[in-house]
Write a protein that binds this ligand. Structure first.
Ligand code: NAD
Length: 481
């Protein structure tokens, strides 16, 4: 298929697009296609970007809050207006289908708008005035913030840092993932053009650039989304200069079906959260617990629905979902499938290939369901981040709660029932940042709910005032009368 000219994408430092060596970004669904050429950064680019952000900080901090909020709203308009043009580019660099990329732009725009609407109230000081003293507790930005994002939902995950960081008066240096940097950077360049130079900077690169950014002494805050293993490096890098961190990491979300769940509603809604983005969503449904008495019936119905999926290139309108994003992810999931084949569980391959002749020219995989899984099997205990999900039979509610919480992660989770009280009571017993009742997908998100994880799924929360709070310090002032 013919595409327009390959965009060449540089760093964005102090309002200038700066060129450097570039590397080719390939389409994970057509490995021969070069989608973009993106700058390769180093510690020097990081240093220049941080210095630019540091120089811009006093002016941005002192910009009236209402003006900052208005600029954030304008940035939201730009992002929203860029979606139609840039979503196909995003499809070709990260592999998802078109509606998923459009959703990424839509969610990102919503996060900017919602945050902008909160900023003025958020900055109201808390004050006490009595005979002895006047106390004012005021929120102040931290300074230069760094944002590091992964490839799976690059737009919204970036905006979950851009919005609170800039809304709160910090300046920012953002590092996109080398696996999906192009559409995000083009959108950020347009947004940054509406802001004072140096307020929003972008440096490209891999782990060494992330390391230089998180170590930089002028960076006072790191907002990171990615894997738990990388997050431990971020914590080490930030320790020496005692930086504040927000970490949004992996998950192994349980979905607990109760014996009174409505079958059709459960299947309709749950399947929105299992295979979307080829399972590469941090809060995807990653293990499903079903009462033993209805296990066979549920598993048959689940498999029948999954068998309707068609897998192909993200720009093929018939594709239910696209390829995995990159070779390492592909190999990781293949390894998990191999180990599952060699276990006592039953691996069921489902769905169909839309274009079998191009199947090997991309990181494609069919959807799988794993039946007859034990709770302790690897496919149940590890984060798969691919289109495979285990169905696990349980005997009673105590057992399923114990299994749901028997994980190093705790990001999302869900309970499925016809009884709202029973659902809420079960929800309160689950160790997770979010628990949804009768939903577990993008439909479950509400910007009024803080988003984040417990245990090794992260530190801190994003969205709304919880997200803004991560990017400010309290400055407590007391006048003694
Ligand atoms: P990753 O950890 O490999 O990479 C994330 C980012 O960190 C990339 O930009 C990468 O270049 C950068 N990085 C790599 N080494 C670094 C270092 N030493 N210092 C600083 N930065 C470094 O993750 P990924 O493979 O891009 O994304 C998949 C993971 O992200 C999954 O585990 C998934 O669950 C998680 N995730 C979590 C959320 C959430 O909100 N909780 C959302 C999406 C994805």
């Amino acid at each position: 298929m013919a595409h327009t000219a390959v965009p060449r994408i540089g760093h964005l430092i102090g309002g200038e697009i700066s060129d450097s060596d570039v590397r080719d970004i390939h389409d994970p669904g057509r490995l021969d296609d070069v989608v973009a050429q993106v700058a390769v950064g180093n510690a020097d680019h990081v240093d220049r970007a941080v210095l630019a952000a540091h120089a811009a900080f006093p002016g941005w901090r002192d910009t009236p809050v209402a003006e900052r909020a208005a600029k954030l709203m304008a940035a939201a308009d730009i992002l929203g207006g860029s979606g139609e043009e840039l979503a196909p580019l995003l499809v070709r660099e990260h592999g998802g289908v078109l509606w998923e990329s459009q959703t990424d732009f839509g969610l990102g725009t919503g996060v900017l708008q919602h945050t902008a609407s909160l900023v003025e109230d958020f900055f109201q000081p808390t004050q006490f005035d009595d005979e002895q003293s006047f106390i004012s507790v005021e929120k102040v930005p931290r300074g230069v913030a760094a944002a590091i994002v992964p490839w799976n939902m690059p737009i919204v995950l970036a905006m979950m840092k851009v919005a609170p960081a800039l809304g709160a008066g910090n300046t920012l240096v953002l590092k996109p993932s080398p696996f999906a940097p192009a559409a995000l950077t083009l959108a950020l360049q347009r947004m940054a053009a509406q802001l004072p130079p140096g307020v929003l900077n972008v440096v490209h690169g891999e782990g060494d650039v992330g390391s230089a950014l998180t170590r930089h002494p002028l960076v006072r805050k790191v907002g990171f989304t990615g894997g738990t293993a990388t997050a431990t490096k971020v914590l080490e890098a930030t320790a020496a200069t005692i930086k504040n961190v927000t970490l949004e990491l992996g998950g192994n979300d349980p979905a607990i079906v109760l014996d009174d769940a409505d079958f059709d509603v459960t299947l309709d809604r749950m399947l929105k959260g299992v295979y979307k983005r080829t399972g590469q969503i941090c809060f995807a449904v990653k293990r499903i617990y079903v009462p033993r008495g209805m296990y066979a019936r549920f598993a048959d119905a689940f498999c029948a629905r999954v068998d309707e999926y068609a897998v192909g290139h993200g720009l093929d309108p018939q594709a239910s979902f696209g390829p995995l994003n990159n070779e390492a992810q592909f190999k990781k999931v293949q390894d998990l499938l191999d180990r599952t084949r060699n276990s006592s569980a039953t691996l069921v391959e489902l769905g169909r290939k839309l274009d079998p002749s191009s199947w090997d020219n991309g990181y494609y995989m069919l959807p799988y369901v794993v039946r007859d899984v034990e709770h302790a099997d690897p496919v149940s205990c590890e984060e798969q981040f691919g289109s495979v999900v285990p169905l696990i039979a349980y005997d009673d509610e105590e057992q399923v709660i114990e299994w749901a919480n028997d994980s190093d992660w705790g990001l999302g989770s869900s309970v499925w029932t016809s009884d709202p009280d029973r659902g809420l009571a079960m929800a309160r017993r689950i160790e997770a940042g979010s628990t949804f009742v009768n939903t577990h997908s993008f439909d479950s998100l509400d910007l009024r709910m803080p988003f984040g994880g417990v245990k090794q799924s992260g530190i801190g929360r994003e969205f709304g005032t919880a997200g803004l709070s991560e990017y400010v310090e309290d400055h407590a002032i007391r006048l003694l009368k």
